[in-house]
Design a protein around this ligand. Structure first.
Ligand code: SRM
Ligand code: SF4
Length: 510
């Protein structure tokens, strides 16, 4: 591996050069013995993230554990193992479905990590390389293999790309020292369910010379300073190992040539800017080892994005999938046990997660879905949620995240419910909350995006938001823009009420 010698290393590069983050994998038993307070600072605050363990300064001693759920797919055994883990932490334990079709556990103690990782290995779960300068959970169509209209089943491809990057979950030093984080998505349907445009690499279905494959877009990202939609790489690949090999080639080019000087300018788009897309493509082509085909003229993304909530027929006759709304993605241990139970009793044991922070239970026979809908969990995780709760997405926010400028999840839910009580809405409006400009809650893809900020009001510093609008998803996706700055959260109800009335056809209830 040849990492370009940077002119000046930023402080993250220095600690990575001293010791690769993945090396903590071999030290977890030792950390469990000495306890987190005795750990070396960089190991505690940074390197643990290479195995998915996140020190939370907001709740010291109670860690977050970020999994990898390729294509967002788990089974009931996995879900029970995850539920048992959070259950042992009582009120401190909970889980969140994330905006990358993934799950994170909370309240974890470092002394339990070796035991937890043993359990993961037994059932085929992993959290490796899920944080910091690694490739994040790889997203794929939530309908993969079951959607009546799907073009390409993304499940195996997503798994293969993850296996290449993580060496079958063992951890892979080849890709643990990227210049920055990295996102990959593989879309198999017509509705851009993965938000292709906001990934460093995205594969989108496209026909070339009558054959079905993928066009490839690159460089999409959000950061506090800059947000960019992905640009076409002018490459088309077949839906086979070429997807894995092309992902590898792009990662190698980025790893070896991406800037390691200024961390604010290290995402792959900055390299594409520096070289221009033609040189970037040429470098990828060389790394791939054989000439890549040019892109198909058009891709097949021609539908609006679906949210999959409700009962839907699968392509397999007689089977259905049910999409349930998990308000702002928050799960308690009992919810997780219940989901596992429902998946076993009514479906095939499979549970899927979506980038909207919701759950899908597939493979429910025609004869069973009506009794499924009568289950008590459905009163909380509804298939007919109110129109704002339905599409609500929120990042973690101040409850657990030290970057947060505001509390998000509780506030998002409370505000949606207040507005739903006041307004008649004929269709869902997608509201996304994010606690700071890092944009984990993707406000730029929302109908209304709310980004946390601190503002002065009456001589005091209060929690506020900048408002984004115009985010379009699905066909012709485009990023929303900031339209209003610095609204105090306490004044938000009338502001949002007006926006909903003026722009989304909402009507006051009385
Ligand atoms: Fe994120 C950092 C949570 C999706 C952009 N993100 C963080 C950290 C790790 C910061 C920290 O250490 O506290 C947050 C952990 C908080 C916690 O305790 O949960 C965090 N990000 C999340 C999650 C959990 C939000 C959610 O509620 O769903 C998402 C986890 C996804 C996953 O399963 O891996 C999450 N983060 C995103 C996304 C959305 C996406 O991928 O579609 C983005 C924007 C897209 C992108 O990355 O281009 C995103 N997160 C960031 C950034 C800004 C990156 C940059 O280039 O500057 C940071 C800060 C950083 O990396 O320096 C960040
Ligand atoms: Fe934390 Fe900010 Fe990301 Fe929200 S957007 S999870 S507050 S880093």
């Amino acid at each position: 591996m040849t990492i370009a010698a940077p002119k000046k290393l930023n402080k993250f590069e220095k600690f990575k050069a001293e010791k690769d983050g993945l090396e903590v994998k071999a030290q977890l038993k030792h950390f469990a013995e000495i306890g987190w307070e005795a750990m070396e600072k960089d190991d505690l605050e940074h390197r643990l993230k290479w195995v998915g363990v996140f020190y939370r300064p907001v709740t010291p001693g109670k860690f977050m554990l970020r999994m990898r759920t390729p294509n967002g797919i788990l089974n009931s055994t996995h879900m029970r193992v995850l539920a048992e883990i959070v259950q042992r932490y009582g009120e401190d334990g909970s889980a969140d479905i994330t905006t990358r079709q993934n799950i994170q556990l909370r309240g974890i103690r470092i002394e339990d990590i070796p035991d937890i990782f043993d359990r993961f290995e037994q059932v085929g779960l992993t959290s490796v390389q899920s944080g910091m300068d690694n490739v994040r959970n790889i997203t794929g169509s939530p309908m993969a293999g079951i959607g009546a209209d799907e073009l390409i089943d993304t499940r195996e491809l997503v798994q293969k790309v993850q296996d290449m990057i993580t060496k079958q979950s063992q951890g892979n030093f080849e890709f643990t020292n990227l210049p920055r984080k990295f996102n990959i998505a593989i879309e198999g349907g017509r509705d851009n369910s993965v938000h292709a445009e906001i990934n460093d690499i995205a594969f989108v279905p496209a026909y070339k010379d009558g054959e079905l494959g993928f066009n490839v877009v690159v460089g999409g990202f959000f950061s506090a300073k800059r947000c960019e939609a992905a640009v076409p790489l002018d490459v088309w690949v077949l839906p086979n190992d070429d997807v894995v090999n092309l992902s590898r080639a792009i990662l190698e080019v980025y790893r070896d040539h991406g800037s390691r000087a200024n961390r604010q300018k290290s995402r792959m788009m900055w390299l594409i800017d520096e070289w221009g897309i033609d040189k970037f493509r040429e470098m990828v082509d060389n790394q791939f080892g054989r000439s890549l085909k040019t892109a198909a003229e058009k891709d097949e993304i021609d539908w609006d994005k679906r949210d999959h909530i409700g009962v839907n027929q699968q392509k397999q006759p007689g089977l259905n999938y049910v999409g349930m709304n998990v308000p702002v993605g928050r799960l308690q241990a009992q919810d997780m046990f219940d989901l596992a139970q429902l998946a076993d009793v009514y479906g095939s044991g499979e549970i899927r997660l979506t980038v909207e922070e919701n759950v899908i239970i597939p493979n429910i026979p025609d004869s069973r879905w009506q009794s499924f809908l009568a289950e008590p969990l459905l009163t909380r995780f509804s298939i007919t949620p109110a129109p704002l709760t339905r599409s609500l997405v929120s990042c973690t926010g101040a409850q657990f995240c030290n970057f947060a400028l505001i509390e998000t999840k509780q506030r998002a839910l409370a505000l949606a419910q207040t507005l739903e009580a006041e307004l008649e809405l004929s269709k869902p409006v997608r509201i996304h909350w994010t606690g700071c400009p890092n944009s984990c809650g993707q406000p730029q893809v929302a109908d209304i995006g709310l980004m946390g900020t601190k503002i002065r009001k009456d001589g005091k510093t209060v929690e506020g938001v900048d408002i984004f609008m115009g985010g379009k998803v699905g066909k012709d996706a485009q990023l929303g823009k900031c339209v209003q700055k610095g609204i105090p959260c306490e004044d938000l109800v009338p502001v949002l009420r007006n926006l909903l009335i003026e722009n989304f056809g909402a009507k006051p209830k009385n």
